[in-house]
Design a protein around this ligand. Structure first.
Ligand code: SF4
Length: 312
């Protein structure tokens, strides 16, 4: 099994391989929303994201869980439960660590890798026990894993949005699509995470474009984040705190979609011309938001690219 390319698309007839001159992703939009100047720098400095253990662990958990779901739905739950997911996770972690490190320095230690691995094993064991609460098989058809979205953003722009959906199911009896995005987190999302529109709007945007590309009624699409928690309290006040998976459904009705599309349109107008070229000659505001945006920004110490005096 080729884990890096574990892609499955039962509705491949709706795949769109047409290329436009401009391509945007949700992460570009979220970058621009926080600090437009960082969006511009990403394309000028062509700075790659620095690897980190959280990213490596996230990728490895995605691959392991997606494979488990794939076998559950294309073979059977019994076959899926026979898989040695502990071994698969270890192999994926080792492979992804080497791959993410590339020629660079080590970004983790054997001890830290082992800690993340054991957290992953605890998640897997919990999920296998509770699978039917989150991933139903009967009446649910697996439509896609890493299902591609590739759609023109607006009719008057030669720009496409590109995205990949972690898991997509069809509940056959109700003709309802369920789009699931898996997030890895240290201890789950609190109310601030849930109220963070930039964090939660990704699936709302994907819902709209999925409906158009795969020709499925938008009111028959549900979206949810499945947040898997690496850590749970040792002595929890309530048993529910031991749950390793938290489900969050962002509001995604027509009012939310319309509001989101207005700011998505602003992003496209601000950053591209109608032919799909990026407007990299233009000045963009450097928004530090009291330093909050800069804390994890790749450009925070590159003062020639982002002058601290000009940060707002
Ligand atoms: S360092 Fe701060 S102000 Fe500068 S690009 Fe990054 S987020 Fe924006």
């Amino acid at each position: 099994m080729n884990f890096e390319n574990l892609k499955y698309n039962a509705w491949a007839k709706n795949e769109n391989t047409e290329k436009t001159s401009g391509r945007v992703s949700y992460s570009q939009f979220s970058m621009w929303s926080a600090c437009p100047h960082s969006w511009k720098l990403k394309y000028i400095a062509k700075q790659e994201m620095e690897p980190g253990i959280h990213m490596t662990f996230g990728t490895s958990m995605h691959e392991t869980l997606q494979y488990y779901i794939y076998v559950s739905h294309t073979q059977s739950a019994t076959e899926a439960d026979k898989l040695n997911l502990d071994v698969i996770l270890r192999e994926r972690l080792e492979y992804n660590y080497i791959n993410d490190k590339g020629d660079g320095e080590h970004f983790s230690t054997p001890e830290e890798l082992e800690e993340f691995y054991l957290d992953g094993v605890a998640i897997i064991h919990w999920l296998k026990k509770h699978r039917s609460e989150f991933f139903k098989i009967q009446d649910f058809e697996l439509i896609g894993i890493e299902l591609p979205i590739n759609m023109p953003v607006f009719e008057d722009y030669s720009v496409n949005i590109i995205g990949y959906l972690d898991l997509v199911f069809l509940e056959k009896s109700t003709n309802t699509i369920f789009i699931i995005d898996i997030k890895t987190s240290t201890s789950g999302w609190n109310k601030y995470h849930k109220n963070d529109k930039v964090k939660t709007s990704q699936l709302v945007l994907y819902k709209k474009y999925f409906s158009e590309q795969y020709k499925h009624p938008i009111d028959k699409i549900k979206v949810s984040y499945h947040i898997i928690k690496r850590k749970v309290p040792k002595d929890p006040e309530y048993k529910v705190m031991l749950r390793r998976l938290q489900k969050f459904e962002p509001s995604s009705g027509s009012v939310t979609i319309n509001r989101l599309m207005k700011s998505f349109r602003q992003f496209i107008e601000d950053t591209h011309d109608k032919e799909g070229n990026r407007l990299l000659e233009k000045e963009f505001d450097a928004i530090s938001n009291g330093g909050k945006n800069c804390r994890f920004c790749t450009f925070k110490d590159m003062h020639d690219l982002c002058d601290p005096k000009k940060r707002k």
